[in-house]
Design a protein around this ligand. Structure first.
Ligand code: XMP
Length: 515
């Protein structure tokens, strides 16, 4: 294992993912993890992440100083390097000029860490502070025009630091650098593979569950589907998959899901039709948060009722993923005041959002995985590509893509428009290029003309975005020809719509969904 100590960088997870791409297992832990705790985990290497603070801020996050004496190789990235320099007796100051974006890296010492990194490589920088004096025993490995100490090392103690971010895709040679650290410096072996994971997960589930029964709430997304496949392999018919149809899925999806599971894979699915219940639960509700709250609430109610009917069960399977598990303490502490800051933008609801006090023990075999690893696992155990590649779909479904009141009529309109979107992006082969592509129905009407008649009907918004992880996103530059086809088809084929508009807002400041 290689540990990533998180100082609140938006890239901490990405570092762990990059390490795992080298087939070495990595976990993100809080910067507050003590040297003794770290020793217990017995890591082969430690990476200190970047972070938004300055090392000289009053409440700047600091790691346990004993980390430097563990005899484990350490790589500090950006803030992590500055902290290393400061704690070991060097000096960090506010730089005359900050460095943000691309910079060329000039190599002074092409040794172990920088082997195979080309002189002049582009690296991604984002820092306002710089190391002006190195601690004793350290040497400079590379510089940029603006930063004399862009990469440093204490060779004997195997302590390394880089001012740039090797983990981001814009850093050419960043991956090579990470591989040098992982394989040559930490001497890790590439043992973290999909096949090894599947084998171990199946063994663990069998040992944990024994001959008891497990309930799984299937949503049709890649996480719960992979979970279903994995568990079915591990424990066969001790698993019950329940699918609650809230009535907010895309057209044909509920039927398709049940069919794929039952006919193709012989996994029995308990289909629960709760469409009317959910629709009445949000009747007349226009406030987005209230809508989400009620849908979440109704889900729990139906879930409890149905699990009693099908039960009793000892275990509940949840598709919890690694990003949900990461304890990232640095992210929500203000370095200037030391206060905790938490910002809630939307209340998320999904099948994992069940209350903690349900009378179940949990099985969460995916809790070590990132999303892209779940896809690999799903694929390796035979999940069909249409599910593996499925774009994210929010728990409250189409209900949060109909602004204002949700009615059966509006759901039908949106479903039909949404189907056209899906058909056309598939037909034009751009489905996999987009993070999400969907339609939104606005609760206002505008004037149009069809034939010789005046129309007064709803507009549909097309929301197509590209994104790495849904945290930030850009609107997609989809060719006009495709947009034109979609617009024509929607206005002609979907009754109740006479106008189509394209959303050209990135996130931030917009969010991906409209509610
Ligand atoms: P926003 O709209 O916040 O969405 O930019 C970011 C990503 O999260 C998805 N999303 C949800 N997923 N339950 C979910 O499981 C939810 O309640 C929910 N709300 C938004 C959204 O589709 C996008 O991919």
């Amino acid at each position: 294992i290689v540990l990533v100590l998180d100082f609140g960088s938006q890239y901490s997870e990405l570092i762990a993912r990059r390490i795992r791409e080298t087939q070495v297992y990595s976990e993100v832990v809080s910067y507050q993890t003590s040297a003794a705790q770290i020793k217990e985990l017995n890591p082969k290497g430690i990476i200190l992440s970047g972070g938004p603070s300055s090392v000289y801020d009053e409440y700047a996050p600091k790691c346990d100083r004993e980390i430097w004496n563990l005899g484990v190789p350490v790589l500090g990235v950006c803030y992590g390097m500055q902290l290393m320099v400061q704690q070991l007796g060097g000096d960090v100051r506010k730089a005359e000029r900050g460095e943000y974006g691309k910079a060329s890296l000039f190599i002074d010492d092409p040794t172990d860490l920088l082997t195979n990194v080309e002189d002049g490589s582009t690296m991604w920088m984002s820092h306002g502070d710089s190391c002006v004096e190195l601690p004793s025993g350290f040497t400079t490995l590379a510089h940029t025009d603006n930063t004399p100490c862009a990469a440093i090392a204490h060779h004997d103690r195997q302590l390394y630091g880089v001012q740039f971010h090797p983990e981001v895709v814009h850093s050419i040679g960043g991956i090579a650098l990470i591989r040098n650290f992982i394989y040559h410096i930490c001497q890790c072996q590439p043992t973290w593979t999909t096949a090894a994971f599947v084998e171990e997960a199946i063994r663990e589930v069998r040992a944990k569950v024994g001959d008891k029964r497990v309930l799984l709430a299937l949503s049709g997304g890649v996480d719960s589907s992979t979970l279903a496949f994995l568990l079915h392999r591990a424990i066969g018919d001790q698993l019950t998959c329940m699918f609650i149809d809230q009535g907010f899925m895309r057209k044909y999806e509920p039927e398709r899901l049940v069919k794929v599971f039952e006919e193709q894979f012989h996994i029995n699915v308990e289909y629960v039709n709760a469409r009317d219940k959910f629709l009445s639960a949000i009747a007349n509700i226009t406030d987005p948060e209230e809508k989400r709250r009620r849908i979440g609430h109704e889900f729990i109610r139906v879930f409890e009722e149905q699990s009693k009917r099908l039960g009793p069960f000892d275990y509940l399977a949840q598709g919890t993923l690694y990003p949900d598990v990461i304890e990232s303490a640095g992210t929500n502490i203000d370095p200037k005041t030391g206060e905790r800051v938490a910002v809630k933008i939307k209340s998320h609801h999904n099948v994992g959002g069940l209350p903690k006090d349900l009378q179940f023990k949990l099985v969460e075999p995916l809790r070590k995985l990132f999303k892209d690893e779940v896809r690999k696992v799903g694929r390796s155990i035979g999940l069909p590509e249409e599910i593996v590649q499925r774009q994210p779909f929010p728990g409250p479904g189409l209900a949060i893509r109909i602004l204002g009141e949700v009615t059966a009529e509006r759901l039908n309109i949106l479903r039909d428009a949404d189907l056209i979107v899906r058909q056309e992006i598939n037909r034009h082969g751009i489905y996999n290029d987009l993070w999400q592509a969907f339609a939104v129905l606005l609760p206002i009407r505008s004037v149009g003309v069809m034939g010789d008649k005046r129309t007064y009907a709803y507009p549909i918004v097309l929301r197509f975005v590209s994104s790495e992880d849904g945290m930030t996103a850009d609107w997609s530059r989809v060719p006009y020809d495709i947009l034109e086809i979609i617009s024509n088809r929607i206005v002609n084929e979907v009754k109740g719509v006479n106008r189509v508009v394209y959303d050209i807002t990135s996130k931030p400041p917009g969010t991906i969904e409209w509610e």
